[in-house]
Design a protein around this ligand. Sequence first.
Ligand code: V47
Ligand code: SF4
Length: 360
Amino acid sequence: MHDTSPAARRILDRPSSVRLTPDDALTLVREASPHDLCARAMDERLRRHGHAAYYVFNQHINFTNECVNACRFCAFSKRPGSPDAVTHTVDDIRAMIRRRLGQPVREMHIVGGLNPKLPFSYYLELVRAVARERPEAAIKAFTAVEVAHLADVEGRTEEDILAALMEAGLMMLPGGGAEVFSPALRAKLCPEKISGERWLRVHAKAHGLGLPTNATMLFGHIEAWEDRIEHLHALRALQDKTGGFLCFIPLPYQPGNNPLSARGPDGADYLRTIAISRLYLDNIPNLKAYWVMAGIKAAQMALWAGADDFDGTLVEERVGHAAGADTPKGLTVTELRQAIAMAGFTPVERDARFRPVEGG
Ligand code: V47
Ligand code: SF4
């Protein structure tokens, strides 16, 4: 237990209209007590969202785990041709959706590995099929990494790929693939993956086309606080220009079943990261406590450290669970609402674009 240093106190006492610099953020994460940092982030959260904590009725679909990249932290992907590689046809996916047709799903979260055997026509057909099966749900699909892959394979611009997907029914990009933007870390963690710069460029292009997106940061592996703050800084700078990010999601690294020998963040580190994200990203409205990777208990506490969103029901999530997340593969709405209410917040159902749902 340490007390907040005078330097950190001065930063905490400033009005929230004064932006944090990267140095301010480093002082806070190193020199503010956990209580003072979380309390300041909680004030910020209350100012924006009151005691509401949002959740969405969603379904995850991972259409292929075959991936030409081999990110060191990823336990989900399989090498092309591996006996464990699974790629679903559009008909398989229709069947997965029909199994849940009785449920009021509002968001379809669809992502996959980079599978060179899948032509662009498959992606368009997939989006059109999901839009037909689930007209009431928003389709949030394909990370910037997948969009860049499709652009490269097709020899088309990223805007072209995004525009064609939007015409088929795409309504949002998820925030995956951002990892940490530092080139030196990417060389160690995910050398085949697009650069952080390109990830940001794809999101900027999406925003330019009127497609909102989320952003993530994978943390608690081999990065330092400086890398985390630089990552937040790059997101804040892009958001100043475009305003297209709806939500930021810090993803605590899961250490299971992958070749990267790192431990993953503990609960105190998770809360500190949530709190500094709320304070630094003054222009991104929502902050997600992703219970799948954080664990339900830590996600509940994150609502007291600046987070306002609890993600969703997520049937059959695979990326976090492949890496050893010991959370359930899905929660019922009753369980989600209960977790939020027991933490002292008001559960509010939202749609994919973070608009409260009538009666939710
Ligand atoms: O990009 C891979 C991460 C991400 C591990 O936009 C890992 O609403 C932890 O982006 N430990 C995919 N994380 C998940 C994602 C996401 C999740 C929920 C909501 C949204 C949204 C986006 O999962 C990947 C990668 O950064 N990941 N392996 C691991 N071992
Ligand atoms: Fe492929 Fe994504 Fe896994 Fe990297 S994180 S290996 S790009 S599925």
